[in-house]
Design a protein around this ligand. Sequence first.
Ligand SMILES: C[S@@+](CC[C@H](N)C(=O)[O-])C[C@H]1O[C@@H](n2cnc3c(N)ncnc32)[C@H](O)[C@@H]1O
Length: 276
Amino acid sequence: MITFTMNHPDMYNISNSMQKKAAVQCLDEFAKTINWNNNGDISVDLGCGDGSVTNILKKYMPRNYKKLVACDISEKAIKYANEHHSDENTSFRVLDIEGELPDDMREEFNHVFSFYALHWIHDQQKAFRNIYNLLSEGGDCLLTFLGYMPCYSVYSVLSRCNKWESWLKDIDLFISPYHTMQDPDKKVKEMMEEIGFKNISVTCKEMLYVFDSVEAIKNTVKAIEPFDMPKDVYEDFMQDYYAVAQELGLMEINNNNIGESSINCNYCLLVVCASK
Ligand SMILES: C[S@@+](CC[C@H](N)C(=O)[O-])C[C@H]1O[C@@H](n2cnc3c(N)ncnc32)[C@H](O)[C@@H]1O
C-alpha cells in the first residue's frame, strides 16, 4: 500500500498559514472542552509534520504539562521538528498512525491531538482504534481533519487528463475519504461509537481561508504535494491546476483595482472531541 508523507517540512513551515489559522481557530473554540488535569498532563500530537502547529498547541496546554510527544510517519518531518521545536518536555518521534502501536505508548496519554492529518490515512478504523488505545482511562481527544476541500476536486479532474494521469495515478489514496461523503460527521461518530469512545461530538466546520495571491496557493499546494514533482513539471502542473480551479468555479477570485487577486477557499473541517 502506497503511503503519502510530508516531503518538504522546510517548505511547509513557510507555507502553512491556512493550517496554522485553522489550528488556532479550533483550539480557541475547543481547547476548553479538554479535561486538563493541571497536574502534569501527558499529551500526544499525531501527524505533526514540521512541528509548527505542535508549537501552537503548547500555548493552550497547562504551563506545568509533563510531556508532549508529537509523531509523524515522515522521518524528514520528525528530524526538522526535533531540530526546531523540541524542548525538555516536548519531543518528536516517528510513528505510523495506522500501524502497530509501540508498547510504551499504549494507554500512556491523557490527551490525544491531531491537526490536519487524519484525512491522509487510508485505514480510518485502525487509526481511530489506535487513538483509543493511546488514551489512558478517562482521557480525551481533539482531532481536526479535512472533509470537503476544493483542491481535491481539482486533483481528481487533472488525474483524468492524459498529461497528468501518470503523476496522479494514486490520487484516490491522497484525497480525503470524507471529501465527497454524505454526512461525514455521522459516519465518523458511528465508527467512534463502535470503537468505544464516549461523549463524542463531531462537527463539520465551514471554513474560509483567503489566499492573498495566486503564488500563495501554489506554495501551499506544493508544500503538501506528495508526488515530489520536479520544479519545471510542477510549474506546468500548477498552471493547469489553477485553470481547472477557475473553470470549475471552485475558488472565488476577488480582483482589486490595481489588478491583484485574492482567492477565497471554502472548505469543511471535521472537528472531533471525545473521551475514553
Ligand atoms: C498536512 S500535514 C499536518 C501537519 C500539522 N499537524 C499541521 O497541522 O500543520 C499532515 C501530516 O500527516 C502525516 N502523515 C500522513 N500519514 C501518516 C501516518 N500514517 N502516520 C503518521 N503521520 C502521517 C504527513 O507526513 C504530514 O506530515
